[in-house]
Write a protein that binds this ligand. Sequence first.
Ligand code: ADP
Ligand code: 5GP
Length: 181
Amino acid sequence: MGRLIVVSGPSGAGKGTIIDRVLERMENVKLSVSCTTREPRPGEVEGVNYYYITKEEFERRIEAGMFLEYESFFDNYYGTPVDKVHEELSKGNHIILEIDVKGGMNVKRMEPDSLLIFIAPPDLEELKRRLVGRGTETPEQIIQRTMRAEIEMQYMDQYDHVIVNDDLDKAVEEMIALISE
Ligand code: ADP
Ligand code: 5GP
């Protein structure tokens, strides 16, 4: 049976970058694609980054029990479709959920055998530099996300493992080692 792997950490810490490399290297690891009501960012692709749906459709799916977990923040909903998670686990694959800390805590409660990994930036200055460098958020969104980062960092202790992403190659190796344990 595959394992449910939660990856959280503040926006800009490098979660997406690390996960992409892990997926390239481990055939039995899949990524859960969440649903969101937020607008796609330039370059994001439907069904790859997210499934982009309306608020009404999201609420319909909540009612229908189609989410393993969901949260609402930055005025938008984000949720993990339950069907794909079950499908991959039953095939024996591991599945990564890249979700926020509240979602992570919910999954830990529901599925205590999950592996919870927190990706931390070396420090908040570097986090802000990476967010600015990524160039996908407005200055206002960068402020919002760095403020939220401090709250997210308070959940770090609740995670099974913390990977400090100062060196990308090292961080990728650490995650592969944890999943392979
Ligand atoms: P997240 O998914 O956590 O929001 P990203 O993976 O988008 O973060 O990374 C944010 C930015 O930081 C990207 O531009 C990425 O290329 C860069 N980045 C990721 N890891 C490192 C690292 N170890 N050192 C320097 N820059 C990094
Ligand atoms: P972004 O807008 O940068 O793509 O994502 C914002 C936050 O939503 C990130 O912390 C991301 O991990 C989180 N997130 C993405 N999908 C989900 C989900 O399905 N559930 C929860 N709880 N959080 C999610």
